[in-house]
Every structure is written in C-alpha cells, then in structure tokens.
Design a protein around this ligand. Structure first.
Ligand code: TPP
Ligand code: SF4
Ligand code: MG
Length: 253
C-alpha cells in the first residue's frame, strides 16, 4: 500500500487559514510581503492588538488575509484612517498596507503628512514598479526605460522624471525617532527583521515607521518565474537601494 503524505506549507499563525490559497496571482510579491509581516507579528506576539488597513490596488485583496480587524480605504488614505484609529486607541498596533501607486502617486500627500507629523503608525508599501490592479500602467516607481501599458517605448525620464525614492523622502522629513527601511521579497529574512523593528518602534511609542518592500508583479511584467526573480533581485535594487535608512537610538534605561 502506498501512503501519500500531503505537505502543507507552514503559514504564520496570524494568517487566516481558511482564506488560503490567497487571491493574488501566482508569483505575486504581495503574498511574500504579507508572509514576512505575519512572521514578524507572530514573533512579537502582538496579534490581538493589531488593526490592519489595506488600500485600493492589489493590496485590497488582503482584506480577509489575516485574523485581525481590518479596514479598507482609498488610495493612500489608509494612512490617515490608521492614524485616526491610533489616536483614538493608542494601545492598538496600526498597520497601513498599500502599493506604490497608492502611496507615492494617487494618495502621496497622506504619506508625506503622516511622516511629517511623526504619527505612531506603521506604513508598509509594496513597490512593484507599476499600477498592478489596473493592468500595468506607469507609476512613479517605474524604472527608467521600463515598458508598461502607458510607456510602450520605455519610461523616458526626460519628461516623466526619475523613479520616486520613497524611503529616502520619508527619512528626510521624519525626526530621529522614526524607523525607515527598504527591503525586498528576495530577502524575506531581512524584510521580516525590518518589519519587526518597525512594529517595535510603534510598540515603544517612538514615532513613524515606514518599510518599502520590493515586490513582483509577473502578470503585468509578463515575465516567467526566472525573469521575475531576476528583475526583483538584480534590476530593481539598481534604483531602489535595499537597507535601513533611519533607526532610532535605543532609549536609556
Ligand atoms: C482616484 C483614482 N484613480 C485611479 C483609480 C484606479 N486604480 C485602482 S487601483 C490602481 C493602481 C494601484 O496601484 P498600486 O497602488 O501600485 O497597487 P498594486 O495594484 O500595484 O499593488 C488605480 C490607478 C482609482 N481607483 N481611483
Ligand atoms: S496583478 Fe500583479 S500585483 Fe496584482 S495580484 Fe497579480 S501579480 Fe500581484
Ligand atoms: Mg504597484
């Protein structure tokens, strides 16, 4: 008799198991970024205190991803919504999850204002270099020369400017008590550690936390598995430097 063992992938405890497999396309970076987030939350043991906000764009497909209270808001407006929750209930851990279009284009003013005010929330932004949900249009993060639905000859930075450097901008306008980093789905261990520090910064009541995660969108990039990985691991970091930009000093005592 042959015994077949079904191997189930290990999921973070705070994931909502009955909504898996998730709704993202196969190979999508959102799932990996949310795995790192789930692992960070498990390791900090804060699941019962988390309120999760997701944006417009493919991030909204995470509305039933976790066993958390979840709010869905319009482009970039997830940031002020989570700011409101945090100000009303400071004991909660508030996370605003969004894409590069929502955070850096359509709703960018909210990121700038929350960072300037040093709001005690965590903004997590998945940068997949274009507008994923609407079919792959050029975004502020589209790489120079990159072909998208609205830049069929490749992005021309002479008339559309250079790719937005979100963490660099946030680091420039936040005080020293903020945590700011750029990670990548191609190094999930490092990305998880960044998210833990971002969450810990909120737990400690220090200030704003911001992590951009380089993420794949094979559907709109029209890439196979190997090319998708190569783009995330080799091409994106040429413009988007991976690492920590601002780490608050440890409090005395
Ligand atoms: C004011 C407004 N403009 C445009 C749209 C259409 N729209 C919906 S999702 C989206 C792109 C979102 O891209 P991004 O934030 O990068 O998320 P992704 O899907 O790539 O994860 C756009 C342009 C909209 N809903 N509202
Ligand atoms: S369109 Fe792109 S970002 Fe959206 S779910 Fe599919 S792979 Fe992910
Ligand atoms: Mg995007």
């Amino acid at each position: 008799m042959t015994v077949t063992t079904v191997m189930e992938p290990k999921m973070p405890k705070c994931w909502r198991q009955e909504t898996k497999p998730h709704k993202f396309c196969p190979g999508c970076g959102h799932g990996d970024v949310l795995k790192a987030l789930g692992t960070a939350i498990d390791e900090l043991g804060i699941q019962d205190r988390v309120v999760f906000g997701c944006d417009i764009g493919c991030s909204l497909l995470s509305w039933d991803f976790f066993n958390f209270d979840t709010i869905q808001a319009h482009h970039g407006r997830t940031t002020p919504v989570m700011t409101g929750v945090k100000r009303a209930r400071p004991e909660l851990i508030c996370i605003a999850y969004m894409g590069d279009g929502g955070g850096y284009a359509i709703g960018s003013q909210h990121l700038v204002n929350a960072a300037t005010r040093n709001e005690r929330i965590f903004v997590l932004l998945a940068n997949n270099a274009q507008y994923g949900m609407t079919g792959g249009q050029m975004a502020p993060t589209t790489l120079p020369g990159m072909k998208t639905e609205t830049s069929p000859y490749g992005r021309d930075t002479d008339w559309s400017g250079n790719p937005t450097l979100g963490p660099e901008m946030v680091a420039a306008i936040t005080p020293d008590s903020a945590y700011v980093a750029r990670g990548t789905m191609s190094n999930l261990r490092q990305l998880t550690q960044m998210m833990k520090k971002a969450l810990q910064n909120q737990i400690d009541g220090n200030g704003f936390s911001f992590v951009e995660a380089l993420a794949s969108c094979p559907t709109n990039w029209r890439t196979n598995a190997a090319k998708t990985w190569e783009f995330v691991e080799k091409e994106m970091p040429k413009y988007f430097k991976v690492g920590e930009l601002k780490v608050p000093a440890k409090k005395e005592g």
